[in-house]
Design a protein around this ligand. Sequence first.
Ligand SMILES: Cc1cc2nc3c(=O)[nH]c(=O)nc-3n(C[C@H](O)[C@H](O)[C@H](O)COP(=O)(O)OP(=O)(O)OC[C@H]3O[C@@H](n4cnc5c(N)ncnc54)[C@H](O)[C@@H]3O)c2cc1C
Length: 481
Amino acid sequence: MSRKHAFQFLDLPRTMPQRIPVELRTSGDWGELYGKFGKEDAQFQAGRCLDCGNPYCSWKCPVHNAIPQWLQLVQENRIHEAATLCHSTNPLPEVCGRVCPQDRLCEGSCTLEEFGAVTIGAVEKYIVDTALATGWRPDLSAVEATGRRVAVIGAGPAGLACADKLAHAGVQAVVYDRYEQIGGLLQFGIPSFKLDKAVISRRRNVLEGMGVQFRLGVEIGRDISVDQLLAEYDAVFIGTGAYRYTDGGLLGQDLKGVLPALPFLVQNSRIVGGSDAHGRPIAGWEDQIALPDLEGKRVVVLGGGDTGMDCVRSAVRLGAAKVTCAYRRDEANMPGSAREVANAREEGVRFLFNRQPLSIEAGADDEVIGVMVVETQLGEPDAQGRRNAVPIDGSESLLEADVVIIAFGFSPSTPAWLAAHGVEAGQNGRIVAGGAGRLPFQTAHPRLFAGGDAVRGADLVVTAVAEGRDAAASIVQLVTA
Ligand SMILES: Cc1cc2nc3c(=O)[nH]c(=O)nc-3n(C[C@H](O)[C@H](O)[C@H](O)COP(=O)(O)OP(=O)(O)OC[C@H]3O[C@@H](n4cnc5c(N)ncnc54)[C@H](O)[C@@H]3O)c2cc1C
């Protein structure tokens, strides 16, 4: 489809693919919320791109996707070329098309934002799903094997992106993960209504087709030592994520009926995500939690990030009668994606902003009866520039609940087996990588590299992908020097 006139974007509104009707979602449908664009819809949306000389969308994207260029290829129905271009910057484009907070990244920076940004994420998903379904695969025919081998610890987005780029450089990548499935939080954290688990299995086939090997159900530091990896491989990439749970230290957090967010989501994904994990507890938690029956219950989720949004929407699908998200700042300062907040609202979730939890309260039988909260107002900005939530004296009240889910976030923790090799732990448990005198993503040990949440702290899929990708470039530089 060729562009009709310069103001075509005014005639053609922004549209998203159709969504599963809300009645189905609230009665327990775990399918991916957004459907897929057909060729016409994708071409219409791609045709809205102004191809502005200064593509802020691309600049704002952490992997700097060539967005205007692949939108042009979609208009010309050159989908395999578009897929090649998508993969040149992003080894997991179909995942990012689904889970990136586009409203804060590419689409939020689109010149057309005021009129309705180009639907970039959905077009990205269309390109890659269509290309893979019609036989497109990364072309490694011109790649020459270097004879070098690199171990990747962690099959999350950072590890997978690293393995992909190593394969493109002729380096044999062998990916280890303690779980039997690849994907990290894509598999076990992010619910299937945001990311269908079949997408991850398909990506595994693509990567294996490129020669990437997986050694799953193997925990480094327990089943195999990092010394063994250093003896067997030319270098090692560490993409172990951030799994140290922030509990907030609330009085009553150990009560029956109080659940930490990630074990709640992990247990769910095992049951409804169609995947069967290795069965080992996630590091940092001794036991798997027993998933309570939420049918007819009042659920309060504490925390306003992506994890909180996934918890509230999972609780809706598990039949909770009333789901409330309490967040200590206002809506504008909430970290969760605005799109996910809108979806949650549509599914009946109630948001209470400017409420800070003080304690979790129990009744006579030690069962949770609610969360004591205090109202807040925004005060001075903190070190990161975010305005602090300041409690308002005398505004305490009880938010009634049968189940409370704590979703305050996660931090990395540098494992002891890395410290033994001189790898430094930085602020808040982050692995220190890069810096003066080192290659980007190289740790204090010259053959150990690290990236993703383990280095940045809990962040986004696309930033983990960017770091895994760029760490691979440093590794290739070292091992082929
Ligand atoms: C509930 C939830 C929802 C989220 N939703 C979104 C979203 O919608 N959009 C978005 O962009 N981001 C989202 N995120 C964030 C995103 O998932 C992470 O930033 C991203 O997955 C980080 O990638 P990673 O590869 O660094 O780590 P991970 O995905 O955590 O992968 C690390 C892998 O390392 C493995 N591992 C750890 N230690 C070892 C060891 N010793 N031996 C072997 N294997 C090991 C783990 O098993 C895991 O598979 C969400 C996070 C959570 C928790």
